[in-house]
Design a protein around this ligand. Structure first.
Ligand SMILES: Cc1ncc(COP(=O)(O)O)c(C=O)c1O
Length: 445
């Protein structure tokens, strides 16, 4: 046993040696297709020469300077580039070091915005949704709606939760044919119940990620949400920490839903794993409230806006644009999803295969007809993930999706540079792993 305090202290971990493109190699030389980019992070694959060059050049100039005193060319160029691709009047970039810091900063920015704009001291709570993940710090975990909260409940803030967009297990028992997008109208119900005067913002992932395995909302969902937010004067925070920067086949996943949020939270794919970085992208109107008000957002993290991470992110975003990576995510994503649906849904324990772009989820059930999940004690998500290592495929498992306790899924989020041949390789590996799982579960069918 070494001296690292791992998340799961009894688990054994693979030791990574190096990466190249979509592949990772362990220290014994075994090759794995990184079909989840770690946790939807390594969007350009591993050891990308352009990013390594940008990192090296910036490190040779200056790696760190603190935002309290210094600006730098990389952060200004990054902000310009991101504002040119972000929707609507989202033009201002507040830099932090990761996803939880981004959602935490958005929470505080929303609260301070209403203080600055019209001195509203009571408008500070944030509505989020069940089956969501917004991070692990206390504020972001308060907005999170999944089992990661449970052990910390006494420490969390009292934030209301709306229904998720979980079409496979619709909370309103609707089907695609009868759907009236009640999950979107649930926000209005909550606002009336809680009192909109106490609510600063609604936060949602445009495509649900870690808590549920690629839940894609109804095409009208965000239009209804936008209209409700406007009607009740609350901000719409779009948490694109996982979905943003090309993952869903659009630069921002929200672009597909025809609305402009007030803030976008980003991280992961924005620096593609080469250096920690996150950001809140804010509308001009929000920035202006600070400009005309106190002039200071009372917030900051030491590494936020460091020149090294900014230079990395700048090179990543330029590569996404210049090499048409986002279009590849859409095209190869469609291909992969079709293959997965054709080859996996025939297994008796696969309930749903869903997603958009290269953000896809596979959900396991004990009974396809009733959608009954496996008992938690069987640890199906972890079991299949470990089995798949044998076939050289790495996926991102999750549990608790069905009712907060039980339910197994995994997320596929391969690097966006994936080719169709590599998509086939993923499917072949999954089919082999699922056959083995089928044999093991056979007696329990
Ligand atoms: C949608 C979303 N928000 C926030 C986070 C938290 O990001 P981080 O792990 O970088 O703190 C994640 C991480 O998976 C995420 O998927």
């Amino acid at each position: 046993m070494d001296n690292v305090f791992y998340r799961a202290v009894r688990k054994s971990y693979l030791e990574v040696d190096h990466g190249e493109g979509v592949y990772l190699y362990d220290s014994e030389g075994k090759k794995y297709l990184d079909a989840c980019s770690g946790a939807a992070v390594a969007n350009l694959g591993h050891a990308h020469p352009r990013i390594i060059q940008a990192m090296t050049e910036q490190a040779q100039k200056v790696a760190f300077s603190h935002l309290s005193r210094w600006t730098s060319k990389p952060i200004r160029e990054l902000a310009d580039l991101v504002s040119s691709i972000a929707p609507g009047s989202i033009n201002k970039l507040y830099l932090v070091s990761g996803g939880s810091e981004a959602t935490e900063a958005a929470l505080k920015m929303a609260r301070q915005y209403f203080l600055e704009r019209d001195g509203k001291t009571n408008k500070y709570r944030i509505i989020s949704r069940w089956k969501s993940f917004h991070g692990n710090t206390i504020g972001s975990l308060s907005m999170t709606g999944d089992k990661r909260r449970k052990k910390y409940t006494p420490l969390l803030l009292n934030f209301p939760k709306a229904a998720p967009c979980y079409c496979y297990r619709c909370p309103f028992n609707e089907s695609p044919e009868t759907c009236s997008v009640d999950c979107a109208h649930d926000l209005e119900r909550l606002l009336k119940f809680e009192g909109a005067e106490s609510i600063a913002a609604f936060i949602a992932e445009p495509v649900g990620g870690a808590a549920c395995g690629a839940l894609v909302p109804h095409p009208e969902y965000f239009k209804i949400i936008r209209q409700i937010c406007d009607q009740y004067d609350i901000l719409l925070i779009d948490d694109e920490v996982m979905a943003g920067f090309g993952r869903t086949g659009s630069m921002f996943a929200i672009d597909d839903f025809g609305v402009v949020p007030d803030m976008i939270c980003a991280a992961k794919g924005m620096s593609a794993g080469y250096s920690p970085l996150g950001a809140v992208l804010a509308k001009d109107e929000i920035f202006d409230a600070f400009l005309k008000g106190s002039g200071v957002f009372v917030h900051g993290h030491t590494y936020g806006g460091n020149p090294l991470s900014a230079a990395v992110s700048l090179a990543v975003v330029k590569t996404l644009i210049e090499d048409n990576i986002v279009a590849n995510s859409r095209t190869v994503g469609k291909y992969l999803l079709k293959q997965l649906q054709e080859k996996l849904l025939s297994f008796w324990f696969v309930g749903d295969v869903r997603g958009i772009g290269l953000m896809q989820g596979v959900e396991f059930v004990r009974d396809k007809k009733t959608k009954e999940p496996f008992p938690a004690s069987m640890g199906i998500a972890e079991k299949i993930t470990v089995m798949l290592l044998k076939y050289g495929i790495i996926v991102y498992p999750g549990t608790g999706g069905a009712d907060g306790e039980i339910g197994d899924h995994f997320l596929l989020a391969p690097p966006l540079i994936l080719t169709k041949d590599q998509a086939d390789e993923i499917v072949e590996g999954l089919v082999a792993g699922f056959k083995e799982l089928g044999q093991e579960l056979g007696s329990q069918k």
